[in-house]
Design a protein around this ligand. Structure first.
Ligand code: EPZ
Length: 420
């Protein structure tokens, strides 16, 4: 298993190109199942999860082509010959469940492995199932698989989410686009990745009102057609490298970043003493003075993103004060805490909150990645720590960050990958 070795203490300086969002690319690829015609996606990031989703679509018989080898374009289309999402793929990537809505809308049946738990929480998919049942599907559990049937096809329904689930909103939005009649998704999630998916569906001929709000109204159409769609820049990759610039006391230009997707993070960074400025074509992040402690609480969009919690906590470890970091979305998303504490951080967890008391400096150490965002928070800590840090199990990192060591090394970090 690959490791990443970092020798810390070097302020970052330079430019990092922000790629397409992993959490938009995955549902957008699933949307390719909604039509026999070709859906072409551009600005596609080169990530393990994207390749896993491509393998899953191929499993359904759909052609997934990268016209230019190593290019950033994916072309998806063709008839579906298999409606099963097998355990050996789903267990590697929970987002596989996003094929359920499109398969039910196109084929009227699907057999999708239950994703099972994951490091950050139990992460059930009950809201996905309940919504499809309201649209006329019957779903029974069979040997760890959800066996879903809708012999008469899906019909519109009014679905009120008890919690604005990102994945459930995406699955049901895709299902509703081909359902018979009108579907209303109330208390829907509003993440930019959902807006990106809705804009792609509109380009494919879907009829959706309320894009960007928590109430989506969809009038199903008989079929969707070919489209080309550029994946929205990754706001979490943007926030991650913003924290890298801040934690090293450097200045980095994030090319392609969308300032309008970062409001909650920018408010916290501003309070912490980090300068975030919108520039033509991107965002520049700089920290010259001391870092101050600033509290955050994760919330659904447009609140502070849970996917930025671990990275922000690493930053607070070297502030000149204290910060309360509260995680309200997942029940077990503090696995980075014991690893950061091994590097000399002073973090105490009480239930859903962690109190971080800043220390003058972290010390490099061998640490263990446990999940995608926890692993990158350890890289950030290593960039600031005295001495050498070796992050183990970086396969977690490769799921959601493209060329992380190259991007950081190009800005002056002393970082390299040690083949495992
Ligand atoms: C998406 O996961 C993202 N993944 C996650 O990013 C992100 O953390 C999460 O949204 C929240 O923003 C992708 O987009 C591929 P949810 P998702 O459904 O759809 C509960 C990363 O690091 N819930 O909004 O699974 C669930 O248990 C990943 O890139 C139910 O109870 O998130 C959780 O506590 C990690 N029943 C909360 O809602 C359901 O049916 C948020 O889940 C669905 C969800």
């Amino acid at each position: 298993m690959d490791k990443i070795r970092i020798r810390g203490g070097r302020p970052l300086s330079g430019e990092i190109v922000i790629g397409g969002a992993k959490n938009a690319g995955l549902p957008l690829m699933a949307a390719g199942l909604l039509t026999d015609e070709r859906l072409t996606l551009t600005n596609v990031p080169d990530l393990v999860d994207i390749h896993t989703m491509a393998a899953l679509l191929a499993q359904h018989g759909v052609a997934v082509e990268r016209p230019l080898a190593g290019g950033r374009e994916l072309s998806i289309g063709g008839p579906i010959s298999n409606t099963e999402a097998p355990y050996d793929i789903v267990r590697k990537m929970r987002a596989s469940v996003l094929v359920l809505g499109p398969l039910m809308a196109r084929m009227g049946h699907a057999r999708v492995s239950l994703p099972g738990g994951c490091a950050i929480g139990t992460r059930p998919v009950d809201l996905h199932f309940k919504g499809l049942e309201q649209m006329g599907a019957t779903i029974r559990l069979d040997g760890g698989y959800a066996q879903a049937e809708a012999p008469q096809g899906l019909h519109g329904a009014t679905i009120v989410f008890p919690f604005p689930s990102v994945g459930a909103t995406e699955n049901l939005l895709m299902a509703a686009s081909l359902a018979d009649g009108r579907t209303v998704l109330a208390n829907a999630a509003r993440e930019p990745e959902i807006t990106d998916l809705a804009e792609c569906l509109l380009a494919m001929g879907a009829r959706i009102e309320g894009v960007g709000t928590d109430r989506l109204t969809v009038d199903g159409v008989r079929r969707l057609h070919a489209a080309t769609h550029a994946i929205v820049p990754d706001r979490i990759e943007t926030g991650t490298y913003a924290c890298a610039a801040a934690i090293t006391g450097g200045e980095v230009h994030l090319r392609g970043a969308r300032m309008d997707h970062l409001a909650a993070l920018v408010r916290a960074l501003d309070e912490a003493g980090v300068e975030v400025v919108e520039r033509p074509g991107g965002v520049t992040v700089r920290r010259t003075g001391r870092l101050h402690g600033a509290d955050v609480m994760t919330e659904v969009y447009p609140g502070f993103p849970t996917d930025m919690q671990a990275q922000y906590m690493a930053l607070m470890c070297v502030s000149d004060g204290a910060a309360m970091v509260t995680e309200t979305i997942f029940e077990n998303r503090f696995m980075h805490v014991p690893e950061l504490n091994r590097m000399g951080a002073r973090i105490n967890v009480h239930g859903a909150s962690a109190i971080v008391r800043g220390v003058p400096a972290l010390s490099g150490a061998p640490v263990m990645a446990t999940d995608l965002r926890a692993s990158v928070s350890l890289v950030l800590a290593g960039l600031a720590a005295r001495g050498e840090t070796v992050v183990n199990r970086v396969y977690h990192l490769d799921r959601g960050y493209e060329a992380v060591e190259q991007k950081l090394a190009a800005c002056g970090a002393d970082i390299e990958r040690l083949p495992g």
